[in-house]
Unconditional design. Structure first.
Length: 566
C-alpha cells in the first residue's frame, strides 16, 4: 500500500533493505535534501538532517503533508513478532583426533586453546564441531567440513555469539567467524563471533541484554569488501558511539595467526581502529579553520546596515540570521526597510521582496525617490533599474500567500539569482491553514531560520504590534502580535517608533529605532532619526544625546542612559 501510494504521487524513490525493514529513500519534501526515508512497513518517515530539518512523523502525518485524507495502512496493521522456539542440541561428539586434529593444528591452533573452546569432532571424524554456550548452557553447534569449505548449524538451535561465555571484560571484540575467535585467544584477546557471517544481524536482538553492558565494541571483521560492507549496519544497531572498526593486517584473524603475526601487531591494529561518526555530530576542533577565518575576515560583523548607530549596536546583517521588525502604523518601518534594501543593493547584495501589503509599483516609487533624494526623472528611474534592478527580485504572485509557495519561490530566487537577503512584509498576510495559527507561526519562523542557514542568507520579517491604547504608545518586544515564539526564534528584534509631539519638542528627533534583541552580541540600544518629508528619507542623528530624566510618550518609561547609543 505504501509503495503504491508513493508511486501514485509521482515520487521516484530507491528501495533499500534495513534491519528494521524496507525503506523508500528520496529527497526530503520539506528541505529538499536527498536524505529522507519512509518505512515501507509502517509508513513512518524521517529526514536524516534532524538538527537542521527535523521533519519526521507517522504514516498518517505523511499523507496529510501531501494533502490527502489519511488512511490506515491495512497491509501492516499489526506488528510482526518472532515467537520462534529454539531447541537444545542433542548430539554425540568426540575430542579432535587424527585428520581432524591435524586440520585444526594446521590453522595455527594449539591443543590447549582447542580444548578451551571445547571444540569437538563428529563421530565419523569428518566435521569440526564448534559449540556456543550462554550462561553455561549449550545453545548451538556450528559444523565445518574438513573436506570442503562448507558450514551449517544444528537444526532449530539458537543462533547466538560463539565464545560469549568466555568474556568478562567491559570491552568486547567481535569477529566474523568462529575460527577467528579461536585465533583471537592466541593473541591474548577474548572475542566472540557472529553466528552466520557479517550479513546476518539476528544475533543482535537475541543477545541484546548481554551486548548492552559493553562500553566499547571492536569489530574485527574480514578486511575484504564483503566483510566491510556490513560493518556500518552493525555499528548502527549496536551504537556508533561505542563501536570501532579494526582493519587487520591480513584478511582475518586466523590468517594473521597462520602467518605468525605477533600480539603486538594485532594490538597496533586495535590502537589504530577507526571510529564511527554521526553525520550531524562533530567535535569542536572540526571548526578550527573556520573559526580562525571568521576572526580574520570579521565574518560576524556582517554587511553594513548603512546606519552607523545600528552597525555599532548590531554589527551589521549577518548570514544565517532572521531579523524581526515591528512598530505602529506610521512609525517608519517601510521607510527604514527601503533604506536597508537600498544599502544592500549599493553594496552588491541581491534582495528578494515579498511586500504583501503594498503593491510593488508603490514601494518601488518610494524606494527610487529615497535613492535619488528627489522626485526622479524618467532617465533616473531607468538608471536605477539598470544599476540595481537585476538584483532586486519581487515576489509578484496573486495566489494566496501560504508558506509552502513562498519558500518555494525564495528557494528559486536563491538558487537561480543568488538572492541572499529576503524581506516579508508582513506576517499578518501569510495564510496559515490549520486551526492552530500560533503553532503555524512558530513553524514558519523556524522554517525561515532553517532557510537562512541553508542558503547563507538574512531574513527580514515584519510583524505588527498588538493594538494599544494609542498610536503614540511606544511598543516593546513583548507587544509583537501573534505567537510568543516569534521573538524567541528570531536572532534580532527591531522596533520602530515615531515620537509623539511632546517628545519631539523635548528630545528633538522624529523617529527612533530600538534594538530589543541581538543574539550574536547581546548589545541593545537606540538610534535616532529626523524625517525628510520631501524625499521620504530618514536622516540619522549622529552622536545623539538624550536629555536625562525626560520620558517618551504615555508609557512613561524613564531613560536609562546605558541602553542608548552615544
Amino acid at each position: 500500500m505504501i509503495k503504491d501510494y508513493l508511486k501514485n504521487k509521482g515520487i521516484s524513490f530507491k528501495e533499500v533493505a534495513r534491519p528494521s525493514g524496507s525503506q523508500a529513500l528520496y529527497p526530503c519534501p520539506k528541505c529538499g535534501e536527498n536524505k529522507f526515508a519512509v518505512s515501507l512497513e509502517n509508513g513512518a518517515f524521517q529526514c536524516f538532517r534532524k538538527n537542521e530539518c527535523g521533519f519526521q512523523g507517522s504514516w498518517w502525518e505523511l499523507q496529510k503533508h501531501y494533502g490527502d485524507t489519511p488512511k490506515q495502512n491495512k497491509d501492516n496493521y499489526f506488528l510482526k513478532t518472532d515467537k520462534r522456539e529454539y531447541k537444545k542440541p542433542e548430539v554425540k561428539t568426540i575430542k579432535p583426533n587424527g585428520e581432524a586434529l591435524q586440520w585444526l593444528l594446521n590453522r595455527g591452533f594449539t591443543t590447549e586453546i582447542i580444548k578451551y573452546f571445547r571444540v569437538g569432532v563428529s563421530e565419523d571424524g569428518l566435521n569440526i564441531m564448534l559449540p556456543s554456550f550462554k550462561d553455561g548452557l549449550l545453545k548451538n553447534i556450528k559444523y565445518r567440513s574438513i573436506k570442503e569449505k562448507k558450514f551449517w548449524n544444528e537444526k532449530d538451535a539458537e543462533p547466538i555469539l560463539f565464545g560469549m561465555d568466555n568474556i568478562s571484560e567491559s570491552t568486547l571484540y567481535i569477529t566474523e567467524g568462529h575460527f577467528d575467535t579461536i585465533a583471537a585467544k592466541h593473541f591474548d584477546l577474548n572475542a566472540a563471533s557472529v553466528p552466520n557471517g557479517a550479513s546476518d544481524l539476528g544475533w543482535i536482538e537475541l543477545c541484546w541484554d548481554w551486548l548492552d553492558k559493553f562500553k566499547k565494541i571492536y569489530l574485527m571483521f574480514d578486511n575484504d569488501k564483503a566483510g566491510q560492507e556490513n560493518i556500518l549496519k552493525i555499528a548502527d544497531r549496536l551504537g556508533k558511539h561505542r563501536c570501532y572498526n579494526v582493519i587487520l593486517p591480513e584478511k582475518d584473524l586466523n590468517d594473521c595467526l597462520i602467518k605468525k603475526l605477533s600480539s603486538q601487531d594485532i594490538a597496533e591494529s586495535i590502537f589504530q581502529a577507526r571510529e564511527f561518526y554521526h553525520p550531524d555530530i562533530v567535535t569542536a576542533d572540526f571548526f578550527a579553520d573556520a573559526i580562525v577565518s571568521s576572526f580574520k575576515t570579521d565574518e560576524y560583523s556582517g554587511l553594513t546596515t548603512g546606519i552607523n548607530g545600528l552597525d555599532a549596536i548590531l554589527g551589521g546583517w549577518r548570514e544565517k540570521e532572521v531579523t524581526l521588525w515591528t512598530g505602529n502604523n506610521g512609525s517608519g518601518k517601510s521607510t527604514m526597510l527601503n533604506w536597508i534594501i537600498l544599502n544592500i543593493l549599493i553594496n552588491g547584495g541581491t534582495c528578494c521582496i515579498a511586500s504583501l501589503e503594498m503593491h510593488a509599483i508603490k514601494y518601488l516609487r518610494w524606494m527610487i525617490t529615497q535613492y535619488f533624494k528627489v522626485k526622479p526623472s524618467e532617465e533616473q528611474i531607468f538608471k536605477f533599474l539598470q544599476l540595481h534592478g537585476g538584483r532586486l527580485l519581487i515576489y509578484n504572485s496573486t495566489k494566496p500567500t501560504i508558506p509552502k509557495l513562498l519558500f518555494e519561490a525564495f528557494d528559486f530566487a536563491a538558487k537561480k539569482y543568488g538572492a541572499n537577503n529576503f524581506f516579508i512584509d508582513s506576517l499578518m498576510k501569510i495564510r496559515f491553514t490549520s486551526r492552530d495559527e500560533y503553532k503555524d507561526q512558530k513553524e514558519f519562523c523556524s522554517d525561515m531560520s532553517d532557510f537562512s542557514k541553508e542558503h547563507r542568507s538574512h531574513f527580514h520579517l515584519v510583524a505588527h504590534p498588538r493594538k494599544g491604547s494609542s498610536d503614540d504608545r511606544q511598543p516593546d518586544k513583548v507587544d509583537v502580535s501573534g505567537s510568543g515564539h516569534i521573538t524567541d526564534l528570531v536572532d534580532n528584534v527591531m522596533v520602530m517608533w515615531r515620537a509623539d509631539e511632546k517628545t519631539k519638542e523635548k528630545q528633538n528627533f522624529d523617529n527612533m529605532l530600538m534594538v530589543k534583541k541581538n543574539r550574536e552580541f547581546g548589545k541593545l540600544g537606540n538610534v535616532y532619526f529626523n524625517f525628510n518629508v520631501d524625499n521620504k528619507n530618514l536622516i540619522e542623528i549622529e552622536n545623539f544625546n538624550v536629555k536625562k530624566n525626560e520620558c517618551f510618550a504615555e508609557k512613561q518609561v524613564y531613560i536609562n542612559p546605558e541602553y542608548f547609543h552615544e
